[in-house]
Design a protein around this ligand. Structure first.
Ligand code: ATP
Length: 137
């Protein structure tokens, strides 16, 4: 697929790393298709991460994701989902490869700077969570 979805999470947004992260994304060959800054309520964060609702960290994740503003972005590139997962690196920054966004900016397994969709299907679902058809070029 040609598109994926990302969020700059509250840790990275709050630390002022949004511009640097977008620069890494663009230098890796992704085009920005849509973007917005918003602040999720705990309820909306819970809806976005509903697939994780049985996981032990779900409450912590929803608290964190609603703790400050985020930036939601739709990205375009050939092989977008897989290439973007490579660019962000492992969920746990201690395991993230050199040159990845999480290696550079993530603080912990929970506060890990960015989200990246894990399939074409989820990229479409997650993009439509934040954007209407008219907002995606
Ligand atoms: P994302 O879906 O945000 O791109 P991911 O696919 O790398 O992340 P998942 O296992 O799907 O990781 O977990 C979703 C998110 O939940 C993680 O990015 C992280 O913010 C949080 N999370 C995962 N594991 C833990 C944990 N053990 N403790 C706290 N938070 C966690």
């Amino acid at each position: 697929g040609k598109r994926t979805f990302t969020m700059i999470k509250p840790d990275a947004f709050g630390a002022g790393n949004t511009g640097a992260i977008i620069k890494m994304i663009e230098e890796a060959g992704f085009k920005l298709v849509a973007g917005k800054i918003t602040h999720l309520t705990k309820e909306l964060a819970g809806k976005f991460y509903e697939v994780h609702k049985e996981r032990p960290f779900y409450g912590e994740l929803c608290d964190f994701m609603s703790s400050g503003p985020i930036m939601a972005i739709v990205l375009e590139k050939d092989n977008a989902v897989e290439d973007f997962r490579k660019l962000i690196g492992a969920t746990n920054p201690a395991e993230a490869a050199e040159g990845t966004i999480r290696k550079a900016y993530a603080k912990s397994v929970g506060e890990n700077a960015v989200h990246g969709s894990d399939s074409d299907e989820n990229a479409a679902i997650e993009s439509s969570f934040f954007f209407s058809k008219f907002e995606e070029i």
